[in-house]
Design a binder for this molecule. Structure first.
Ligand code: AN7
Length: 339
C-alpha cells in the first residue's frame, strides 16, 4: 500500500512534485470488537493505529510535517513529546536525512518509545519537568532557530491525521460516534476536520485521564499524573479547537480513572486480542464507564501499540511459571496443579 500522502494527495496541501517522506503509514485495520460491543450494547470497532510504521497514529501527521519541512528546506526538526511524537519524528527525520532533537519529560516516557528515538539517531533531551514545560520551551526555541517544529501545533500534522477519519468512513457506511483519547488535543481536532471534509458529523467522545483532565475541569493542570504517560498533559495546545469540535459534534470530553484505563487495557488484550498502550485504552474505558449514549455504531481510536510500554504490561499481567525440564513438571505447569 502506498503511504497516505499518495493515497489522499488531492485532499492534502501538497502538489504532485512536492517531496514525500513516507514509511507506508496509514491503511490500518478497523476490527469489530464483539465482547466490548456486547458490554456497551452497540457495535464497536477498533481502529488499530498501533499498526502504523512506528507503532502510533503520529506517523499520519509526521509524514506530512516532515515532508513539508523538506519542502521548506529545513535541515532539522524538533518536538516536545510524551514519547510517541518523539519516536515518529526521529524515524521520519532519519528517513529524510535530517537531524532531530526531542525533549521528553525525564523518567516519564515508556521504554519502547525511548528505544525508538535513540535508535533512529535523535538527540534525546530528558527535561527535568513535564510535557507542558517542554512544549513551551521548544516553541520558543523554534522561533529563534531554523528548526521545524513538528508538534501538533504544526498544521501539517493535523492534515495528515485527518486521514484516520477518511479511512474509517471508507470501511463503515455510517458512524454515530468516535471514542478517542485526548492529550494535547491534536488528534480529536484532526478527526473532526477529516469528518467535516467528508460531510459527516459523528459525535466525538473524548477521554482524558482523571489526573490529567484540563478540558474536563476547564482549567490547566499544573502537575498532571496518570499511568497513561502518553496523555500526561495539563495544558493542551489545541484546547479551543478540541472544545469546538466536541460542542459542534454534540459530543463530550470526560475523565476516566487510571484503574478504569488499566481494566480496559487488560480487557482489550485478554478478550479482544488487541494489545494497545494504556493511553489508547482510555477510549474503551470511557465507553465502558459512560455507555454508548444512544450511539449504535462507534469507532474507538486505539492510538498506540501495546509493545510501546512493556513496563506497564508486565506490571499488569500475570507472572510466568518456572518449570523443570521433565514431562511431569511440564504437565503440571501446563495443566495447572490440583485439577
Ligand atoms: C498513544 O507523543 O502528545 O490528543 O508527545 O501518544 O493528539 O495529543 C502523544 C499523545 C493519545 C493523545 N494516545 O493525542 C506525544 C503526545 C497516544 C498518544 C495521545 C497521545 P493528542
Amino acid at each position: 500500500m502506498p503511504g497516505l500522502m499518495e493515497r489522499y494527495r488531492g485532499r492534502l496541501p501538497f502538489d504532485d512534485d512536492d517531496p514525500v517522506v513516507s514509511l507506508g503509514e496509514g491503511t490500518t485495520p478497523l476490527v469489530h470488537a464483539p465482547h466490548i460491543s456486547q458490554l456497551v450494547d452497540a457495535d464497536v470497532w477498533l481502529k488499530l493505529e498501533g499498526l502504523n510504521p512506528t507503532g502510533s497514529f503520529k506517523d499520519r501527521g509526521m509524514t506530512c510535517a516532515v515532508s513539508a519541512a523538506v519542502r521548506e528546506g529545513a535541515k532539522a526538526v524538533i518536538c516536545a513529546s510524551t514519547g510517541n511524537t518523539a519516536a515518529s519524528a526521529a524515524a521520519y527525520a532519519a528517513r529524510a536525512g535530517m537531524t532531530c532533537a526531542v525533549i521528553v519529560p525525564e523518567g516519564k516516557i515508556a521504554q519502547g518509545k525511548l528505544a525508538q528515538a535513540l535508535m533512529h539517531g535523535a538527540r534525546v533531551i530528558a527535561l527535568r519537568g513535564n510535557f507542558d514545560q517542554a512544549l513551551t520551551l521548544v516553541r520558543a526555541l523554534a522561533d529563534d532557530h531554523p528548526i521545524a517544529l513538528v508538534n501538533s501545533v504544526n498544521r501539517f500534522r493535523l492534515e495528515g491525521q485527518k486521514t484516520g477519519a477518511f479511512e474509517i468512513m471508507e470501511s463503515l457506511d455510517e458512524l454515530d460516534a468516535l471514542a478517542i483519547p485526548v492529550g494535547n488535543a491534536g488528534n480529536i481536532t484532526a478527526y473532526w476536520k477529516g469528518f467535516g471534509e467528508l460531510g459527516v458529523a459523528p459525535r466525538l467522545f473524548g477521554f482524558q485521564a482523571e489526573g490529567a483532565a484540563p478540558l474536563v475541569l476547564g482549567k490547566k493542570v499544573d502537575q498532571p499524573e496518570t499511568v497513561a504517560s502518553a496523555i500526561r498533559i495539563g495544558n493542551p495546545a489545541r484546547w479551543e479547537e478540541a472544545m469546538e469540535a466536541m460542542t459542534a459534534s454534540r459530543g463530550d470530553i470526560r475523565a476516566v480513572t487510571d484503574d478504569e484505563i488499566l481494566a480496559a487495557y487488560r480487557l482489550l488484550a485478554g478478550r479482544e486480542g488487541v494489545f494497545c498502550e494504556p493511553a489508547s485504552a482510555s477510549s474503551v474505558a470511557g465507553l465502558l464507564r459512560y455507555g454508548a449514549g444512544g450511539a449504535r455504531r462507534i469507532a474507538c481510536v486505539l492510538t498506540g501499540h501495546g509493545l510501546k510500554d512493556p513496563g506497564t504490561a508486565l506490571d499488569q499481567a500475570g507472572g510466568v511459571i518456572a518449570c523443570e525440564p521433565c514431562l511431569s513438571a511440564v504437565e503440571e505447569a501446563v495443566l495447572g496443579g490440583g485439577d
